[in-house]
Design a protein. Structure first.
Length: 616
């Protein structure tokens, strides 16, 4: 009986029977017990991946039976890489070191190769992945810090100047500088006299030759061109290394001999920084990927392809949220994305006409300047991107926060963008959609991975500090309650679950909201615990405990479907500190009584999460 005939049929009770079989089969032919165990460990990890992600395939949610022939394709290993990038977070429980990851991936890869060889799958090949070195943990997928991002932006602004020259100039304009470098006066010059301003050592003379002999054509150094303009190519290469050689000189003059990666990459960085797309999705963009109006959302959007999530997706460029800052951020994003794509379309137009038919439609095409493929039109890829990034790091001496060379790669712009969105308070469903995450839990994984857990902790500590300081102030001043809306520093105002020193001076997050109006009392009670005016007395504890119960219930029931869920998780952090006898200023007895009383309270504090108690 051959392997295909022995392959068991998966069932609802044992949906991954074929996966277990193929791993056990490969392990069974190994002699070493440790090698056998490596494959069994890889199988355990892969089954965990399938349980958690359903292979990023929605059809498996309705029918969990996993068939190798149907579900193992060219993207199978990429999906495992995506799962690791989203869940394997350093410092969390269950974190896998790079050594362990390498072992798992190696065993999974070999089992897949075995299955492909025996025709158990629908494909003969798959996209392989590169696992980080087992000697060193890197920050290859961490977001850039503000300082790092500012340095990158400075570099990018310089590189884009050349690109914009190519885009805006209507052909090269003669300058008229210099003189013919081939003519050097000899008659009448005393022997040993230094002749200045003549010859190939003067860059203006090189430019004269370019304008008057080469007719302003930025030619490449082919054998034919070098034979015809030998002095030009040899001198620009040897005598002007400090200017970057021929390419550096061309760049300074605002011309280019090839539409190479140095021309296209600055625009690629600009686009990925605004979209947060995965690098592989970026390279797959078509020239018509940007559409001005979506038929359903009525906003601009980008059509892109995500290999690890079963194909085509859409990135809707929202018009903004409640806050003015978010709205301005979104409007800027839409303008930059549209303009950058238009610039890419324009600058690649000359080579698009002569590009191979299969890549004519791709947005990121360029001409290779490698010796092996010189002048060949290709689609930008990870290798070309890496070469350019390394060159920029050296050229601009870019440093990371650790003082070492900056790890500049396109993958880091994705978590950097998500970090920015979270900091702006953008709704998590919007972030989930923009990131192309299948589950909202994946979006939350970015918090601790990209330092947002530290930001959240800072905000929690600030809130607790306000609570402590205002409570001390209230004990000392013993203020009375206000009888009208006139602001008075000696009175306080009643709220729902806490009191307030000044309801007409809400936190900046409230002031940014679209519906906020000056000189009106704040009604954002779900943000009271983070306000610098908050005052909490013992009588408030039952309502605060009740609010905690409501938040916890809402989080459990809706499972990631609450707008601004990040805010509620932060609120829980604050409340947990207030109601923790080891951390709280309130006594253990007061807290215990508050918790018991909270079970009998049914008060709406926040309409978003409130679920009334219904008598049965």
């Amino acid at each position: 009986m051959n392997l295909q005939q022995r392959l068991p049929l998966p069932t609802v009770e044992n949906p991954f029977a074929q996966v277990k079989f193929i791993f056990q089969t490969v392990a069974g032919v190994k002699y070493s017990s440790s090698t056998k165990q490596n494959y069994l460990n890889g199988c355990t990890f892969y089954l965990k991946f399938l349980e958690a992600t359903k292979n990023y395939d929605s059809t498996l949610e309705d029918d969990p039976r996993f068939y190798l022939k149907k579900h193992w394709d060219e993207f199978s290993l990429l999906k495992v890489e995506q799962y690791l990038s989203e869940t394997n977070i350093k410092g969390t429980i269950g974190y896998l070191t790079s050594h362990t990851v390498i072992g798992y991936i190696s065993s999974i890869r070999k089992v897949m190769e075995y299955a492909f060889f025996h025709n158990l799958c629908s494909t003969k090949d798959f996209f392989d992945i590169t696992v980080i070195n087992g000697e060193r943990e890197t920050n290859i997928r961490e977001s850039y810090s503000k300082r790092e991002y500012d340095d990158i932006s400075g570099m990018l602004n310089v590189e884009l100047k050349f690109v914009y020259k190519l885009l805006t100039r209507k052909g090269y304009q003669k300058t008229g500088v210099g003189r013919d470098p081939r003519v050097v006066p000899k008659k009448g010059i005393p022997k040993g006299t230094k002749i200045c301003g003549y010859g190939w050592k003067e860059i203006d003379n090189v430019r004269w030759y370019f304008e008057n002999v080469m007719n302003c054509q930025a030619l490449v150094g082919t054998s034919e061109n070098k034979k015809k303009y030998n002095n030009f190519f040899s001198n620009t290469t040897n005598k002007f290394k400090h200017l970057g050689g021929l390419n550096g000189i061309y760049k300074e003059w605002g011309v280019t001999s090839l539409l190479n990666a140095e021309v296209i990459m600055p625009l690629a960085i600009k686009l990925i920084a605004e979209t947060g797309l995965n690098p592989e999705s970026l390279w797959d963009l078509d020239v018509d990927c940007y559409q001005q109006t979506h038929p359903l959302s009525n906003v601009p959007y980008i059509k892109y392809f995500k290999r690890r999530s079963n194909g085509g997706k859409e990135l809707h460029i929202s018009s903004g949220g409640d806050s003015i800052e978010t709205k301005e951020f979104r409007e800027h994003q839409a303008r930059v994305i549209k303009k950058t794509i238009e610039q890419l379309q324009k600058i690649t137009m000359p080579i698009r006409e002569i590009a191979p038919e299969k890549i004519k439609s791709k947005l990121f095409i360029y001409q290779s300047n490698s010796t092996k493929n010189f002048g060949e039109i290709k689609v930008l890829n990870a290798k070309a991107s890496s070469v350019w990034c390394n060159k920029m790091v050296s050229k601009y001496k870019l440093k990371g926060d650790d003082g070492q060379k900056l790890e500049l790669n396109l993958a880091r712009f994705r978590p950097t963008r998500i970090t920015r969105l979270v900091e702006l308070g953008v709704d998590f469903f919007e972030i989930q959609h923009e990131a192309g995450h299948r589950n909202i839990s994946t979006t939350f994984q970015y918090l601790s991975k990209n330092r947002l857990d530290l930001k959240a902790k800072d905000e929690t500590n600030s809130a607790l500090q306000y609570i402590t300081e205002n409570r001390i102030w209230a004990k000392k001043e013993n203020p009375s309650y206000a009888e009208n809306g006139v602001v008075n520093p000696n009175v306080i105002y009643k709220g729902i679950m806490c009191d307030c020193k000044n309801p007409y001076d809400p936190p900046k997050e409230v002031k940014r909201l679209r519906g906020y109006q000056e000189n009106q009392s704040c009604n954002r009670y779900n943000m009271c615990l983070f306000c610098h005016n908050v005052i909490i007395f013992k009588r408030h504890l039952p309502l605060i405990a009740s609010y905690r119960n409501q938040i916890e219930t809402a989080l459990a029931i809706h499972n990631g479907e609450i707008p601004n869920e990040f805010l509620y998780k932060q609120t829980l952090d604050v409340i947990n500190s207030i109601l923790d006898p080891d951390k709280s200023e309130f006594s253990e007895e007061d807290i215990k009584l508050a918790l018991e009383t909270a079970e009998t309270i049914d008060v709406m504090i926040d309409s978003t999460i409130y679920k009334p108690v219904v008598d049965e």
